[in-house]
Design a protein around this ligand. Structure first.
Ligand code: HEC
Length: 146
């Protein structure tokens, strides 16, 4: 059968198909553009630290990027905090204060947890005050190493 649509319908079809093409191109541009999420590859030591973190329920009291329990403080950037840092974390782990239990981590276990918190710290800043909503709808976040 031959096309038997009138002029008005033809124009509507052309407009509709152009919109579809524009939508497809727009989507491709958005989803194939540079991703702002840095890829994080944990070292084997940091993975050991992450396992210790999970097995010892650090989550139940601490947050990373604001997620977790709320009895203790957020630990996202404790590693690079000028008043805290690795030695401070190390001391905290086996001393236990107030409502934080005393752990008996070996030196290598402490190092692994610190390595994990270091990797977390390098992945971004929390709370993140430097973020802007771009015209594309993406939220641009300023990472520490930018
Ligand atoms: C039962 C709750 C609880 C658990 C479980 C817990 N903590 Fe804590 N932690 C706390 C509290 C409460 C504080 C704050 C104590 C204070 O400042 O006096 C704290 C403080 C800390 C600090 C110092 C934070 C700062 O900014 O001064 C570090 C580091 C820390 N915890 C690491 C850990 C790690 C690692 C684990 C898991 C191995 C863990 N905690 C498990 C409750 C907990």
């Amino acid at each position: 059968m031959v096309w038997s649509v009138n002029r008005g319908t033809q124009i509507k079809l052309i407009v509709l198909s152009s919109l579809i093409v524009i939508l497809v191109i727009y989507n491709r541009l958005i989803y194939s553009s540079h991703s702002y999420t840095p890829s994080i590859a944990l070292s084997p030591k940091a993975i050991t630290g992450q396992n210790l973190w999970q097995r010892n329920n650090c989550w139940s009291c601490h947050q990373i990027y604001g997620l977790g329990g709320y009895l203790g403080p957020d630990l996202t950037n404790i590693y690079s905090n000028p008043n805290k840092g690795p030695d401070y974390i190390s001391t905290f782990l086996n001393s236990g204060v107030q409502s934080m239990p005393v752990y008996n981590f070996s030196n290598s276990e402490k190092e692994a947890i610190i390595e994990y918190l270091k990797a977390i710290d390098q992945s971004g800043v929390y709370p993140n005050k430097e973020s802007v909503i771009e015209a594309t709808g993406w939220v641009k976040i300023k990472y520490k190493d930018e």
